[in-house]
Design a protein around this ligand. Structure first.
Ligand SMILES: [Zn+2]
Length: 127
């Protein structure tokens, strides 16, 4: 197959996306390539925050404690662990990420703060 810029100064020989060596000289293992493909697939499923809507609710826990829960964001569309660290850092609270349930949970009432942080990041926050 002819490459688009074959024969011009823009004719760049194909390189491995992972190690950046010429494809012919690439020594990336099968496993490395599998991981790379998996990561690319994951990233292709990510959505920008403005395409995602979420809701921040308070849930009551045993002993009268409350938790701030973010619902509606999926682990496919957003790296929930990264997002959680941002929220946790700003609220200074403990909590957990529940990727299977697509939930983020912070201990205590941080609804107003979390709503503001999420909308500052570009998420649509349903009230
Ligand atoms: Zn390579």
């Amino acid at each position: 197959m002819n490459r688009l810029f074959a024969g011009t100064v823009f004719d760049v020989p194909p390189r491995c996306e992972i190690c950046n060596e010429l494809t012919a000289e690439c020594k990336c293992s099968w496993q490395v390539k599998q991981d790379w493909e998996a990561k690319k697939k994951l990233e292709s499923q990510r959505l920008p925050p403005e395409k995602q809507a979420c809701r921040v609710v308070i849930q009551k826990r045993k002993g009268g404690r409350v938790a701030t829960v973010v619902e509606g964001l999926t682990h496919q569309a957003t790296d929930l662990n990264v997002l959680f660290k941002k929220l946790q850092g700003s609220c200074g609270a403990g909590g957990t990420v529940k990727p299977e349930e697509n939930l983020l949970e912070l201990q205590g009432d941080h609804v107003a703060k979390v709503q503001k942080l999420l909308s500052d990041l570009g998420f649509k926050v349903k009230k």
